[in-house]
Design a protein around this ligand. Structure first.
Ligand code: PMP
Length: 397
């Protein structure tokens, strides 16, 4: 179907998300899906939310809960986040925090705020598909972060545009599951200084560490250098999607006040504010049980990660390699050169009813044909063992 000529040039760069299309596979009976990186609904604190929504709709607060509210976000929730950020090493105040409708909205706003057509966004190769989609609408070029290029090469490659930011998930990235070590974080801060660009730190999986020592967020390391968040170039995006509930669409941004003020203007233009009642409920639940809930979530996913790693060890033929993430939801598999992830998906979903995401979609340049992403978060132990066994069978055939 050809595009409507009335649409803006940016529309020609937008394409349907392969992942969304694949999620439809979940509806097929009997399929074992490692495709969507979605939380296990059994882990939602549903009773706590039920009570929180009832309380919000009670006589004292119903008018507030159902009313418009400020664009920056519900004050008690921002206060809770000031405390939460302090616990992970980031000192900020309430005016450094904007509540967004999921961290996905923050990625869109940041693309809109920073990128003029032709500007450069530095991203990993591969990168979270939703970030590529969000930024892509603002017509940037993508350049490879952590290739082997230094500041001079990135500047030269940027041509007439400027390098505006580096985007990454430092902890348990989607899609690779990998974590950037402390040295790598410090080196990235040095690179950003040389390029005089921002860093967008995506903390979507930050709370989901299963083993190894926590590494301070990039923003925390920059704070140690610069003393105040107002001097920092790192913008931190957080999310309640992987810890409490993705359906409520609750995320946040931590940034210097002038950046928050600009983002507030974008929020006003886009949706005025995130749902008042959801912010009240998330605050209530976070305050009541975040600290006791997270260890339960971690325990379940840790076990699933272990089971998947064990099954891969047992069933993958020689020449297949994979990451060993310390947290998050994903294992990234590299198939032997010449074996296509998309063709494997076609065969696996058809013949043995196993689904996953071919890795190519996560590469801005369309490379990575021999990679796939496996999510272990939403399958039980038996399904993981059986699914990986079947995948091994298809790969051997
Ligand atoms: N960042 C990363 C790395 C993600 O994987 C996701 C969702 N899968 C998001 C951001 C967006 O999440 P949400 O909008 O639900 O906070």
């Amino acid at each position: 179907m050809s595009k409507n000529p009335l649409f803006a040039t940016r529309a020609s760069r937008m394409k349907a998300s392969e992942i969304r299309e694949l999620l439809k596979l979940l509806d097929q009976p009997g399929i074992i899906s490692f495709a969507g990186g979605i939380p296990d609904p059994a882990l939602f604190p549903a009773d706590a939310f039920s009570q929180a929504f009832q309380a919000a709709l009670g006589p004292q607060t119903q008018a507030q809960a159902l009313q418009y509210s400020v664009s920056e976000g519900y004050v008690p929730l921002r206060e809770w986040l000031v405390q939460h950020m302090r616990e992970i090493g980031v000192t900020c105040d309430i005016d450094n925090i904007l509540i967004t409708s999921g961290s996905q909205q923050a990625l869109d706003y940041l693309g809109k705020l920073f990128l003029s057509p032709g500007d450069t966004a530095l991203v990993g190769w591969p990168t979270y598909l939703g970030a590529l989609a969000a930024f892509n609408a603002y017509e940037p070029r993508f350049d490879r972060l952590n290739g082997n290029s230094g500041a001079a090469e990135h500047k030269a490659a940027a041509g007439d545009g400027a390098v505006k930011f580096a985007y990454l998930s430092a902890d348990f990235a989607n899609p690779t599951g990998e974590t950037l070590d402390r040295q790598g974080r410090e080196a990235l801060l040095d690179l950003a200084e040389e390029l005089d660009c921002a860093i967008i730190e995506d903390g979507a999986y930050q709370a989901l560490r299963y083993d190894g020592d926590p590494i301070p967020p990039i923003l925390s390391l920059e704070l140690a250098r610069k003393g105040s968040i107002e001097n920092c170039r790192t913008i931190y995006c957080g999310s309640f999607s992987k810890t409490l509930s993705p359906g409520l669409r609750m995320g946040w941004v931590v940034a210097p006040k002038p950046t928050i003020s600009q983002l507030v203007l974008l929020k006003q233009a886009a949706d005025l504010h995130s749902a008042t009642i959801n912010q009240m409920a998330v605050h209530d639940v976070a305050q009541a049980c975040f600290d006791s809930h997270i260890p339960q979530v971690r325990a379940v996913y840790q076990n699933r990660r272990d089971v998947m790693l064990d099954a891969l060890e047992q069933h993958m033929p020689d020449g297949v390699e994979w990451t060993r993430p310390e947290g998050g939801m994903f294992i990234w598999v590299t198939l032997p050169a010449g074996v296509s992830g998309s063709e494997l998906l076609a065969r696996a979903s058809d013949t043995v009813k196993v689904a996953f995401v071919p890795g190519q979609a996560f590469f801005p340049d369309g490379s990575g044909a021999n990679t796939i992403r496996l999510s272990f978060s939403n399958s039980d132990e038996a399904a993981i063992r059986e699914g990986i066994r079947r995948l091994g069978e298809v790969l051997r055939a």
